[in-house]
Design a protein around this ligand. Sequence first.
Ligand code: ACO
Length: 319
Amino acid sequence: MIYSRITGTGSYLPARVMTNQEFAARLDTSDAWIRSRTGIVQRHIAESSQGSSDLALHASVKALEAAGTKPADVDLIIVATSTPDYVFPSTACLLQAKLGVKGCAAFDVQAVCSGFVYGLATADSFIKAGGHKKALVVGAEVFSRILDWNDRGTCVLFGDGAGAVVLSADSKPGVHASILRADGSYADILSVPGNVCGGAIVGTPFLRMDGQAVFKFAVRVLEESARETLAAAKMALEDLDWLIPHQANVRILEATARKLGLPREKLVVTVDHHGNTSAASVPLALDEFVRSGKIRAGHRVLLQGVGGGFTWGSSLVTL
Ligand code: ACO
C-alpha cells in the first residue's frame, strides 16, 4: 500500500506589518475592539509588486529545503488560492516557472479558506493512486487586494502570506484520512461577488461577509468535521497531539476546541500575528509550530479548513 507523508514545511509572510493601531488611526475602530472580537494584533501586507506566486515561491523553497527535495524531483504542484496572480495561467504554473522546473502537473484549487486542506487531500489521492511520488502543496494569498479598506467589519480580519508542504510517497501513513465537504447554498454569507467582463468589473471586487453567520457556521462544521475525520481514521480525540483549524479568529478556534473537549494546550493559534490568510493559514501555522519544535516527528495533527463556498474539510496526519 502506498501512503503520503509530509516531509517538509515552509512559510512566508511579507515584510510589511500592519498593526491594529493603523486601522484605529483611519477608521472608527480600536485595537481593543479588534483584539477582543478576533484575537488579531497584526497582519502582513504584500508589496504591490508581489503576487501570490511570489509568496508561494518563498514558502515552497523553504519547504523543499526542509524536505531535502530538489524542485526537479517534484512531480505535482497544487496551489490553493482565491487571489491568483492572473485569471490564467494558474498560480501553480507561474510557481513552477519561478522554481525553474518544467513538465510536472501543476494546477490551482479554489476552495477559499479550505483550499489548503482540499489541495492536501487531492495530492494525497494522486500519490495513493500511484501516479505521483512528490507533491508540493501550497496555500498562498494576497487578500489585501480584495478588501474594502473602508469596511471596518472585514478589512481588519485578513492578511497576506503563504505556506507550503512537500508530500512524499511513503510505505507508512502520513495522511490517515481526509474528508472534504461543501454547501453552495451558503455562497452569500462570504463572497467576492464580482467578475471581469469586457474589460470591466461586473459586480463587486471586494469581500462581503455576514460575520455572525460565518462565525456560527464555522464553529459547527469544524466540530462536525473533526469528529467525522477522527472516525474515518479510527482514532479518538485523545490520539491527537495538535489541532490546527483554519486561522480565522481566536474566538472561532477556542469555541471549536471547547465544543470538542480538546485541551487548550493542543490548539494551535497563530492568527494573532498574521490575521486570516485564507488558504495559507493552515500550512503557515503548521510550519511555525514545526520550526519552533512544538510539533515533532510522530505527532498526530488534525488540519482543518473552512471558508467561502461554503467549503470545509479536515485531514488527519502523522508528521
Ligand atoms: N471596530 C469596531 N466596531 C466594529 C468593527 C470594528 N472593526 N467591525 C464591526 N463593528 C461593529 C458593528 O458595526 C456593530 O456595530 P452596531 O452594533 O453599532 O451595529 C458592532 O461592532 C457589532 O457587530 P457584530 O458583527 O455583531 O460583531 P461581532 O461580535 O459578531 O464581531 C466579527 C464581528 C469579528 C466579524 C465576528 O462576527 C466574526 O469573527 N465572525 C467570523 C468572521 C470571520 O472570521 N471571517 C473570516 C472569513 S471566514 C473564514 O475564514 C471561515
